[in-house]
Write a protein that binds this ligand. Structure first.
Ligand code: PLP
Length: 377
């Protein structure tokens, strides 16, 4: 079986986890948590990072730190994993769905069009004319390790006055080439995930980064049950049990040491896939943006004639795990009645793309085997 995307734990994982176990620091205290936070902040060149239980928890806390309440609306992509959207619902707020562009990330032209034609600025607040509600934030997703057009989004956020939360859960290591600015560091908050299928893993885990240390400390406080006085159990806010454990962080420290190697392997394998599918009229490997260094997390294969379902069956028979991309979120049951603005490209890509094996321990022989099956169809 050639899996889609699995963990690669051949570095110092065992050593550090064993150390955490032997020193009996396994829960939400212990040195690996601080070390993992420091190492991530240094790698990304941001002021601070706060470790939490999952990417989803990180997004939830970032939305709270952006003051999103049940009165508000938040703009999100429809072509994404549902975890990018659910935390908006946790707060009772309402998502508005946007289309993607050819990078599969949010279409900033359409977003601008929406802001200009469907919204007003009233008392310095961005208001959706159709509902009269305030649009507090945009959650932008760096899909499959690509980078959304952040320069445009930052420009729009200044002009229209909304907060930016970057769902960089799939894009740890991706950066813009001209200034080496990393995915997750353009907006007000960036959120990463260390779930088992991500480029590095802690089993499950997440990280929130920002240059606003005051807000990040608030996030950390919320993630540990909002304790104002630990001894006497005084809590002045509703907190969460969202802190990362030392066991998870021990894995994370070891994984981060290998991140650049993982990216190098993924880049190589991407290049082999690209070369081997170059002349096919049936399948086409999508490019990442040219002005970035992607982390090559997931490879997107566009099927010109075959349906994803057929191709997935063929691959399954050959013991190769591939998968279609996500069902569009604005069509999912909990979100069917939400506003969705001129969704076109997301519908097209949703019917055309599959993700193919991309683990950082995938060998050249395995890539060639996968290509053989894909090309034969
Ligand atoms: C993985 C992922 C998340 C959620 O991360 P978890 O750590 O699994 O909670 C959120 N958004 C996107 C786009 C993801 O791919």
């Amino acid at each position: 079986m050639i899996p889609l995307s699995v963990p690669n734990l051949k570095g110092n994982e065992e050593k550090y986890v064993l150390d955490a176990v032997r020193t009996e620091w396994v829960s939400t205290g212990g040195g690996y948590i601080n070390q993992f936070e420091k190492n991530i902040a240094k790698y990304l060149n941001v002021e601070q990072a706060v470790a939490c239980q999952s990417g989803t928890a990180g997004l939830h806390l970032a939305l709270i730190a952006c003051d999103v309440t049940c009165e508000d609306e938040v703009i999100v992509p429809t072509l994404t994993f549902i975890a990018a959207v659910n935390p908006i619902k946790y707060l009772g707020a309402t998502p508005i769905f946007m289309d993607c562009d050819n990078s599969l990330c949010m279409d900033m032209e359409k977003l601008e069009d929406f802001l200009q034609t469907q919204c007003d600025i009233q008392n310095d607040k961005l208001v959706n004319k159709a509902t009269g509600k305030i649009i507090k934030a945009v959650v932008v997703v760096h899909v499959f390790g690509n980078l959304a057009n952040m320069e445009k989004l930052v420009e729009l956020s200044k002009k229209f006055g909304f907060k930016i939360i970057e769902d960089a859960t799939e894009a740890l290591g991706t950066y813009q080439l001209n200034n080496k600015k990393f995915a997750g560091t353009f907006g007000d908050f960036g959120v990463f995930s260390f779930n088992g299928n991500k480029i590095i893993t802690t089993g499950g885990g997440g990280m929130i980064v920002s240059n606003d240390t005051k807000k990040l400390n608030y996030i950390k406080y919320l993630s540990t049950q909002a304790k104002d006085d630990e001894l006497n159990y005084i809590h002045n806010d509703v907190g969460y049990n969202y802190r990362m454990t030392n066991l998870q962080a021990a894995l994370g420290v070891a994984q981060l040491e290998q991140l650049e190697n993982f990216i190098a392997t993924k880049k190589n394998n991407y290049a082999i896939y690209k070369e081997e599918t170059r002349t096919s009229s049936e399948i086409k490997l999508l490019n990442f943006r040219e002005d970035i260094r992607p982390n090559y997390w997931f490879y997107s294969l566009l099927l010109e004639n075959e349906t994803p379902t057929n191709m997935i069956n063929i691959c399954q028979q050959n013991k190769i795990q591939v998968r279609p991309i996500w069902g569009l979120i604005h069509e999912q049951k909990p979100y069917k009645n939400c506003e969705a603005y001129k969704i076109e490209k997301a519908k097209y890509y949703q019917k055309k793309i599959i993700n193919i094996p991309c683990s950082s321990n995938l060998t050249k022989e395995e890539v060639l085997l996968v290509v053989q099956v894909l090309v034969k169809g």
